[in-house]
Design a protein around this ligand. Structure first.
Ligand code: UDX
Length: 466
């Protein structure tokens, strides 16, 4: 029941991963500025970290944060992803349901927005008679690949054979190694099952919103129109990245960003620094570290490196790389700095940054697109191999490193890629392309732009229903 004159209430549901929270929060911001009331429900394992890093300005933001248990004790080692997924699948519905009951004593939610990585939430909100939207937090290309894979598997060859290829509308011919790792036979089944579950329940989802934007994936988005359409409303990045200086943007960071790196960048020449980050989940292996170090030494470029120790939410228990890093830090004093977490959007917008060695998480990819910074893509898992392929072959704003079966690129290959985007004969073309897509990203969000129209249509639907 909705009480007259009350703001329509929206529920958002996500697991506590930085790469999932960030795009959801961008949507929350936009909903709040359109007069909605947003309750953001996140699994509670990162509650303390998140609350610790909330700036004071967030308190009056209009966003209500709430947390629900994933069913595991807070000190459980969540790098055991199989147990995490299975327990969340079992306990999540009960715990989210209780949270919903607490928030709907006077007024029900007008809509729930979930990520594809909490697929069980689709059913839970349906039981509470809340219409459901899914925010597809990855590229629309991934939506298309998964859709075809789960609903029309016949067009996929045997993925056991690494030499097989797949052809889908709007995408270059994809080799098996360009596909999302979750569908590969070599990958543990529980990852595939999570995504598969969200496709099983897709007919219960009323709106599929995309974090991407139409212009960058035009044909892919259009090819879904006759199946189950996706409506991109992105790029979901902060207003700061779009050039707005003073914003009341909300942020929920799991780690404290080291702002001192911006002072360091201030003292570097324009387009001179390589920014390196592999996002919030991946932890560098020793071999990866060694090869990046050699490549940086040989390239003789300045660098800003985000190095997240394993015990900082990463997936490796032993941090064998720290010693290596400490040694390199001493050797390279003056050439570069290493931080545990940085204000990435500010870094990408800094004129000193020349390129981004990235794992190609979708948030990082969109942020670098909007900042107009060329990419050296070194993907590791999930959607990242496809994103790196998009970067090199579709967006053409960067290059993808070649790597072996073990996922490790050689030092020479990393060095080649640095040369390619910074000094080689194609460097200026890559930079120009990065600037072009930056413009189209901004246009998509302007009044009358494709993403703005899709978002307004969604809001219109919500208000009409109310
Ligand atoms: C995860 C998956 O790994 C990724 O493949 C998927 O597309 C989204 O979910 P993650 O690995 O964390 O995400 O990468 P990414 O999507 O790039 O998100 C990382 C976020 O953390 C970005 O918004 C980035 O700005 C932020 N970040 C990263 C910081 O604020 N500071 C840092 O130092 C590093």
């Amino acid at each position: 029941m909705t009480v007259a004159n009350e703001k329509p209430k929206i529920l958002m549901v996500s697991a506590a991963f930085q790469g999932h929270i960030n795009p959801m929060l961008k949507v929350a911001n936009r909903l709040i500025s359109n007069g909605f009331h947003v309750t953001f429900a996140i699994t509670e394992n990162c509650r303390d970290n998140i609350l610790k890093n909330i700036p004071n300005s967030n308190s009056s933001s209009g966003l209500v944060l709430d947390f629900f248990s994933d069913g595991l004790s807070l000190d459980f080692d969540r790098s055991d992803v199989k147990t995490l997924i299975e327990t969340l699948q079992e306990k999540g519905p009960i715990n989210l349901s209780n949270l919903i009951k607490n928030h709907t004593k006077n007024q029900n939610f007008s809509c729930a927005i979930v990520t594809p990585f909490v697929p069980w939430a689709i059913d839970t909100v349906a039981q509470h008679e809340i219409p459901c939207a899914m925010l597809w937090i990855q590229a629309s290309a991934l939506y298309s690949i998964y859709y075809h894979y789960f609903k029309n598997n016949d067009i996929f060859p045997s993925l056991e054979d690494p030499n097989e290829t797949v052809q889908l509308p709007g995408l270059p011919i994809l080799e098996v190694r360009d596909l999302p790792t979750f569908i590969l036979p070599s990958y543990p089944l529980h990852f595939k099952e999570v995504v598969e579950n969200s496709f099983k329940d897709l007919e219960k989802v009323k709106w599929i919103l995309g974090a991407s934007f139409f212009e960058i994936e035009k044909e892919i988005v259009e090819s879904m129109d006759s199946l189950t359409p996706i409506y991109p409303i992105g790029p979901l990045v902060s207003p700061f990245l779009l050039g707005e200086k003073d914003t009341n943007d909300l942020s929920l960071d799991m780690w404290n960003a080291e702002d001192s790196c911006i002072d360091w960048l201030d003292n570097r020449p324009n387009s001179s620094v390589i920014y390196i980050s592999f996002g919030s989940i991946i932890v560098f292996s020793e071999k990866q570290m060694e090869n990046i170090i050699i490549a940086l030494k040989n390239s003789n470029k300045d660098f800003l490196w985000v190095f997240k120790p394993a015990n900082n939410g990463g997936s490796e228990k032993e941090d064998s790389t720290l010693e290596l890093l400490n040694e390199f830090k001493k050797e390279s004093e003056g050439k570069g700095i290493v931080v545990k977490w940085c204000p990435q959007e500010k870094v990408l917008m800094h004129p000193a940054v020349a390129c981004f060695i990235s794992h190609c998480g979708w948030n990082s990819t969109l942020e670098t697109v909007v900042a107009g910074v060329p990419v050296i893509g070194w993907p590791t898992w999930t959607d990242q191999p496809t994103n790196a392929t998009l970067i090199e072959n579709v967006f053409k704003n960067g290059v993808k490193v070649s790597y072996g079966e073990d996922g490790v690129a050689s030092a020479e290959e990393i060095e080649r890629c640095i040369w390619e985007v910074m000094d080689g004969p194609n460097a200026s073309e890559i930079k120009q392309r990065a600037v072009e897509i930056k413009e189209s990203a901004r246009n998509a969000l302007k009044e009358g732009g494709s993403s703005s129209n899709n978002f307004n249509k969604f809001i219109g639907d919500l208000l009409a229903k109310n």
